[in-house]
Design a protein around this ligand. Sequence first.
Ligand code: T5A
Length: 213
Amino acid sequence: MNSKFIVIEGLEGAGKTNATAQVVNILRQQGIHDVVFTREPGGTPLAEALRQLIKEGVDDEPVTDRAELLMLYAARVQLVEGIIKPALARGAWVIGDRHDLSSQAYQGGGRGIDVRLLQTLRAAFLGNFRPDLTLYLDIPQDMGLVRARARGKLDRIEIESLAFFDRTRARYQALAAEDERIVTIDATQPLSVVNSAIRTCLTQWLRIQEFSP
Ligand code: T5A
């Protein structure tokens, strides 16, 4: 089987860390051991510096929505060109904690940035590059934020309004419904049930990939 790019998406506290571990277990059981992990924003020294700027800002300077979007894209391009594409080219599998769908949902849905601008950026900077499979962990924002808050201090995006996260979730759900490469997992369930849903979905998908040309 050719190497694949699998992405885990969802609101804060949806359980992406747990899902990543579950995906890796399943891949190992299938004999796939060469796996590279990425997170967005981040994953290279420059992209990690941008992550810090995106999540914390600088002093009290307000960050405009478009500046936030461009920083996210700068980090993404750096990661895709420097890490993800080379890993896939040498035959490794890549597991991403977030990718472009986050921008479509948070910046498109949450911030309300025009979809045409997002499509233009994606076409210009990513071209046809897409994840082979995205597992979208669907959770209402109040439940996810309770989990995220338990970790401690909230960052610049996590302190956004409930309406922001409702719009973000609605965009995630709409995009997942129209793209067969995005599978929605109900992340409100207990961890054991979420893990079993991930196992069922990924095992079936791997079987299909095995027999695809
Ligand atoms: N962003 C990012 C954008 O706005 N646009 C973009 O394009 C991109 C790429 C990134 C921030 O940047 C924004 C989105 C984010 O605000 P981040 O830290 O990478 O920040 O992402 P977060 O979503 O904030 O990371 P979290 O760690 O909060 O989320 P996870 O990884 O989904 O949560 P996880 O797995 O650590 O789980 C949190 C807690 O819940 C428990 C876990 O054990 C853990 O304690 N848990 C469960 N408990 C009960 N039942 C379950 N099913 C559970 N699943 C997990």
